[in-house]
Design a protein around this ligand. Structure first.
Ligand SMILES: [Zn+2]
Length: 139
């Protein structure tokens, strides 16, 4: 489960904790989606094609670690990257393995047609946006 990455551990342990914290494909994708612009869970659901519960779980772990921060706007909760340097780290990792982040970078593009989030569809009745539903399900 969640491992604390705050200071107090030897450096090697902290680095190891940080790497294992972000070292899952879904978390890497999430980081790429929210690194330029905040996003709500329903937007992540649309982009990643995963269940809301799964995404929320990953977000919660990264939020506890201080990598992701939340911002509430009315009834909507948006997540974004507290430490944008993480993307540099992913960039370096990609370079080491002779790959590049371009494919992943496209994850951050918006709007996405068919996405019911208030950012992709600002015209939508707030009562109908996915955020409202996601919020209800979480309680
Ligand atoms: Zn969206």
């Amino acid at each position: 489960m969640f491992e604390n990455i705050t200071p107090g551990h030897p450096t090697e342990t902290s680095i190891s904790n940080l790497l294992s914290l972000i070292g899952k494909p879904t978390r890497i994708q999430i980081l790429m989606v929210i690194h330029e612009q905040e996003a709500c869970v329903c937007h992540l659901e649309t982009v990643l094609g995963l269940r809301q519960a799964t995404i929320s779980q990953h977000l919660m772990v990264m939020r506890k670690a201080g990598l992701v921060i939340t911002h509430r706007d009315g009834r909507h909760i948006f997540y974004w990257l507290a430490r944008p340097e993480l993307v540099d780290l992913l960039e370096q990792a990609a370079s080491i393995i002779g790959s590049d982040l371009n494919a992943l970078r496209s994850l951050s593009s918006r709007p996405i047609s068919g996405c019911p989030c208030p950012q992709c569809n600002p015209e939508m009745d707030p009562k109908l946006t996915c955020q409202t539903n996601a919020h209800k399900k979480r309680r």
